[in-house]
Design a protein around this ligand. Sequence first.
Ligand code: ATP
Ligand code: MG
Length: 223
Amino acid sequence: MNRTIVKAEKLRKVYHLFAEEIAAVDGVDLEITAGEFVSIMGPSGSGKTTLLDMIGCLDSISDGTLEILGEDVSSTPESQLVKTRRGQIGFIFQDFSLIPSLTALENLQLGLFLAGKQTNRQKCLEMLDKVHLSHRCNHLPKQMSGGEQQRVAIARALVIEPDFLLADEPTGHLDTATTQTVFALLKEINAQQNLTIILATHDASIGSQTQRTILLKDGKIAS
Ligand SMILES: Nc1ncnc2c1ncn2[C@@H]1O[C@H](COP(=O)(O)OP(=O)(O)OP(=O)(O)O)[C@@H](O)[C@H]1O
Ligand SMILES: [Mg+2]
């Protein structure tokens, strides 16, 4: 049987803003197994980012249970969660989140360093080659197109050899053609490496191409 990557039961996240209580994620049951490519869809404010942030151990849970890579996050010490987050989960964000003063290669090396792994230059070069960016190794983010920057961010997420990838609106800032290029790369990674990918998107054309779509509405799974 495939390894369970994420298991959530009655998962909730409640934010308190002044007197208001906002249930951003409101009783989600979910299981994702190794090798799956899952999209999380739903209107703005439906809880996609909040759910991904909890899965990525970037935010605490309010109620229910959440197991990431077999670890119950509520009973895991923060120091271990930091290790899991940095060393075992690859993150890709809408705004690429590259360090502007570092080249593509240096961004990957920093990613390895932060993951507590050897900053192996050759490994980073090979990863940039895999995302077809060998010719951009020494470029700064501002010297690259949006699609190229996102491919660097994908390479940075992959070079740490994560157990799974989380992508929050990875194509949100890209035009239609570049969206397809970046998405095709993610699909190739999932198929070739059997790497689990969990991706939040507004884009139905992307969501419809993943193996499974989880539709959120008001913090609940609608389908
Ligand atoms: N830190 C916070 N404090 C208070 N409320 C928050 C916080 N973060 C998110 N929310 C609220 O939680 C709900 C879910 O937000 P979330 O960002 O998860 O939605 P989303 O589906 O990712 O939306 P989008 O498609 O616009 O990115 C929203 O109502 C939002 O206003
Ligand atoms: Mg969001």
